[in-house]
Design a protein around this ligand. Structure first.
Ligand SMILES: *[C@@H]1O[C@H](CO)[C@@H](O)[C@H](O)[C@H]1NC(C)=O
Ligand SMILES: *[C@@H]1O[C@H](CO)[C@@H](O)[C@H](O)[C@H]1NC(C)=O
Length: 214
């Protein structure tokens, strides 16, 4: 009996010292019936899959049809946040495409997922992804899907490749400005050390040259 009371008192003490969040659990329940009203609008559909809705249409979780494997970009759930659906729609992939027919992305390396039915491309060093196309190619059970993206030289632009300057390091900034920094022991002459591709596709500015200090 005494042992029982000891356990009760200890239990109460242990619980009371715990942070509240550790004991509070969020209960998630599938919406019993689809009421057709989504606070963020109709969720993006998934090919060869479906979604379940939760929290009165404010959360969804994707599922793949039988025979398909899921590849997610950070999870299979999406939530209505600030009027938009969070995250991205996963992919449902399946075998049935031949490796040789898979679209390739030049100057990239490929990682295979879902038994090789999903191919994720990453641009090689010195190259960067160009807008348009996708770096994820997958087999939908019959064909390879997605238009492959492109990896272009990190210093390419509508003006062409940014000029290379001997003994200088190029840096591309988010605003498109390319700056040139002379290697140690060299000093810049005859130019401002930065260039920018203008709207009419002409380089503005001059990278200059890097000459030895002594
Ligand atoms: C997968 O989805 C595509 C596009 O909706 C459809 O044409 C195809 O028949 C589906 N495949 C299977 C096995 O259901
Ligand atoms: C980039 O791809 C092109 C076309 O395949 C190739 O000629 C070139 O050598 C590649 N560049 C590098 C640095 O891998």
């Amino acid at each position: 009996m005494a042992l029982c009371w000891l356990l009760v008192i200890c239990g109460a003490l242990c619980l009371s010292t715990r942070p509240l969040s550790a004991t509070a659990q969020r209960v998630e329940q599938t919406d019993s019936e689809e009421d057709g009203r989504f606070p963020c609008g109709q969720p993006p559909s998934i090919e060869n899959g479906s979604y379940e809705t939760y929290n009165h249409g404010a959360s969804i979780a994707y599922l793949c049809d039988d025979g398909f494997m899921m590849y997610t970009f950070g999870g299979r759930k999406r939530h209505c946040q600030d009027g938009r659906w969070s995250g991205s729609t996963p992919i449902c992939s399946a075998g049935g495409c031949s490796e040789e027919d898979a679209p390739t992305v030049e100057n990239s390396s490929v990682q295979r997922f879902n038994g090789g039915t999903v191919r994720f491309h990453r641009c090689n060093a010195g190259f960067e992804r160009q807008w348009g196309g996708s770096m994820v190619i997958y087999c939908d059970g019959a064909r390879w899907r997605n238009e492959p993206g492109r990896c272009v030289g990190a210093f390419s632009s509508p003006c062409g490749q940014a000029p290379h300057v001997e003994n200088a390091r190029r840096t591309k900034h988010s605003n498109g400005l390319i700056t040139y920094t002379c290697e140690p022991g060299y000093r810049r002459r005859l130019g401002g050390g930065s260039i920018l591709c203008s709207a009419d596709e002409q380089w503005i500015g001059s990278p200059g040259v890097c000459t030895r200090l002594f």
